[in-house]
Design a protein around this ligand. Sequence first.
Ligand code: GLN
Length: 264
Amino acid sequence: MKKFGRILSVVLCFVMLLAFAACSKAPEKTDDTGLKTVESGKLIMATNAAFPPYEYYEGDKIVGIDAEIAQLIADKLGLTLEIADIEFDSIIPGVQQGKYDMGMAGMTVTDERKEKVSFSDSYAKGVQVVIVKTGSEIKSMDDIDGHKIGVQQGTTGDIYASDTPENGGYGEESVVRYANGALAVEGLKSGKVDCVIIDNEPAKAYVAANEGLEILEGTWVDEDYAISFAKDNTALQQAVNDALKELIADGSVQKVVDKYIKAD
Ligand code: GLN
């Protein structure tokens, strides 16, 4: 019994030591800014860089509206911006799991997404449009039914198009999902799909960059683009949002938008 008592006290000591070690662990990473980020001093933005003019490659650099606004925000917060190019579908899970500080990818605010992440104020608007090949038998939105529709996996275009006809969609079986917009447009060019549903500005950019494509007249619901954060990182969400508000108020956001989107 005595021996057991000794073992027990050794075990208890060990447990207490472990508990002490856990308590005295470095506090959650904060830096001079007082913000908790994945890496001290950095602001890591997750995006999908196949979404011009919001994010795309110029050489090996990711540029675009989101990249530039994020840079202005990082400058205001005294953080170094780092951009991670991942699949659109992985942005929200990555932000939720704390792999990235924020998601910025022409991302539409939806009620479903709001259950998973928190959003900044909106900094831009988008709308879904339809790209077809010039001369396509799809002449208007009403002709889409019964055709193959290319979408970017996990985007609002995907969500609307794959919904049931009762909900205004075309059904799961009509949809072909691609990892990004560029691949969906390749699918259209090679005849694997008959149209692509995608946000209006990337649609314009893809049509301008590829011969023989055009955008159908008409659009779906307006969408608000915003930056996403892990729900528990309210300090970062607020700091970024305050910076964004200032950048909207002083015209900096509009300046970036005007640089990339020329009025029609
Ligand atoms: N705005 C769309 C969405 O949030 C598409 C975004 C994107 O493909 N980068 O789902």
